[in-house]
Design a binder for this molecule. Structure first.
Ligand SMILES: C[S@@+](CC[C@H](N)C(=O)[O-])C[C@H]1O[C@@H](n2cnc3c(N)ncnc32)[C@H](O)[C@@H]1O
Length: 419
């Protein structure tokens, strides 16, 4: 058992969860952070994210000092130490803390001398850190991306992912007023970007429900759908509710559906805070009966490969093995959604993925399966969206778009209309 009083013990536990147990941080963070005093939680989260983002660089720094690969937890202790030291942490304190973590468990105790010696050498070599290359995406993801977009685009994505992500807000009402209140920047697409967010819940308007956190790219699907007051809209994979809130704020009669009971609680909490309403249904979308609806938003479960800027754990927790199952589910969900639409109704399909299997190919296949279905390109032409982001099948967004302003999540978004 780790010492629950030391943030770094929990950080190493989290690194083990991701790299050894292959768990996503989103699955393990709540339980692990619950062990820490409130004031340490943000620090633990920042340290684990930073170490995961730096992982490739840490391993390059460590390589010359390790004759053989240490046991996995020792490697994670070293990675945390390297990341902290090379990002300006006080070496003496970091080395001592890492040695203590090694000493705390029988399986790692033997390595305390190694941790001490290696981290001291790293401190002497830390000038090399800034000369190391930008970390590459894992092979299982890099290969299909190279084939689809080429070397230059993949290098730009890797750079954007390494840079991390700012915090974006979506306003419930006036965007300019929100930008002023939170001292943020209004992006051309209508989101408000914060350069230094601090504690989110302390920002003006949080308690009043004037805004919610949502990446600039993630805010676009609801804008493409352009809900009108009084329209009936099904948000088919709704949790935690970012897009449900946008649709409800436009005055539509929204049915928010999601299969996950736990995640549905988040939708409820978000709607309560923002004083918005929607009918909540916890069910498998493939079994849902209802409608017909004027419009449907299908933000399908996907590989989330467009969100690595925010979730640097993903390349280490996943290996691409379960992806074909997701592609199949997306296809079934598109067919189900089309069956729930009124004639002439619109289906906005989106995924926070970089893979064309979850975007362009899904659309090409759906058009082949459904006679009379067409892409509504006009719906994709939104403020801030550049013309060359729109392809025949829909809007393709990359992490390196708007890079000078902090980038955006990778996404695919389209609007399908049925005659
Ligand atoms: C990308 S997330 C949705 C994000 C959400 N639209 C938002 O903007 O906050 C995908 C969601 O699909 C849900 N999901 C997965 N399989 C499902 C199914 N068979 N039926 C309904 N929802 C499903 C997951 O629980 C998850 O909440």
């Amino acid at each position: 058992m780790s010492n629950p009083k030391d943030v770094r013990h929990v950080v190493v536990d989290l690194l083990d969860d991701v790299t050894i147990e292959k768990r996503l941080l989103s699955e393990v963070l709540p339980k692990r952070l619950a062990k820490l005093p409130a004031e340490d939680r943000a620090r633990a989260q920042r340290l684990v994210i930073q170490t995961l983002r730096d992982m490739d660089r840490c391993d390059r720094m460590l390589g010359p000092f390790l004759r053989q690969r240490p046991v996995p937890r020792v490697l994670n202790v070293l990675r945390l130490g390297v990341s902290e030291i090379c990002n300006g942490g006080a070496a003496h304190g970091v080395v001592n803390a890492c040695v203590e973590i090694a000493k705390a468990q029988a399986e790692t105790e033997h390595a305390r001398g190694l941790v001490n010696a290696v981290l001291r050498k790293i401190d002497r070599e830390k000038d090399k850190w800034d000369t190391l290359p930008i970390p590459r995406l894992p092979k299982w993801l890099r290969k299909p991306l190279l084939a689809d977009y080429g070397k230059e685009a993949v290098a730009a994505m890797e750079e954007a992912q390494f840079a991390g992500a700012p915090v974006d807000l979506t306003a419930k009402g006036d965007v300019a007023a929100l930008a002023k209140a939170v001292k943020g920047t209004q992006l051309p697409t209508g989101s408000v970007r914060l350069s230094d967010a601090g504690q989110i819940t302390n920002l003006p308007g949080y308690a009043e429900g004037d805004w919610w956190v949502q990446d600039a790219a993630a805010a676009l699907p609801a804008k493409v759908l352009a809900a009108q007051a009084g329209e009936t809209i099904l948000d088919m994979c709704a949790a935690p509710g970012g897009k449900t809130m946008q649709l409800a704020a436009a005055g539509a009669a929204v049915t928010a559906l999601d299969v996950s009971e736990g995640r549905m609680t988040r939708v409820e909490e978000n709607l309560t805070r923002t004083k918005l309403s929607a009918e909540l249904v916890t069910r498998d979308a493939l079994e849902f009966e209802g409608g017909p609806f004027d419009a449907i938003l299908l933000d399908a479960p996907c590989t989330a490969t467009g969100t690595i800027r925010r979730h640097p754990d993903l390349p280490y927790a996943k290996d691409g093995g379960e992806f074909p199952g997701l592609f199949e589910l997306q296809e079934h969900m598109i067919d189900r959604a089309l069956g729930l639409l009124k004639p002439g109704g619109r289906l906005v399909y989106c995924t926070c993925s970089l893979l064309i299997d979850e975007g362009e190919e899904q659309v090409r296949d759906a058009l082949a399966r459904h006679e009379g279905l067409a892409v509504d390109h006009d719906a994709l032409r939104l403020p801030g969206v550049e013309a060359d982001w729109i392809g025949p099948e829909g809007l393709r967004l990359f992490p390196h778009y708007m890079a000078d302003q902090g980038g955006m999540d990778g996404f695919f978004i389209t609007c399908l209309r049925r005659k």
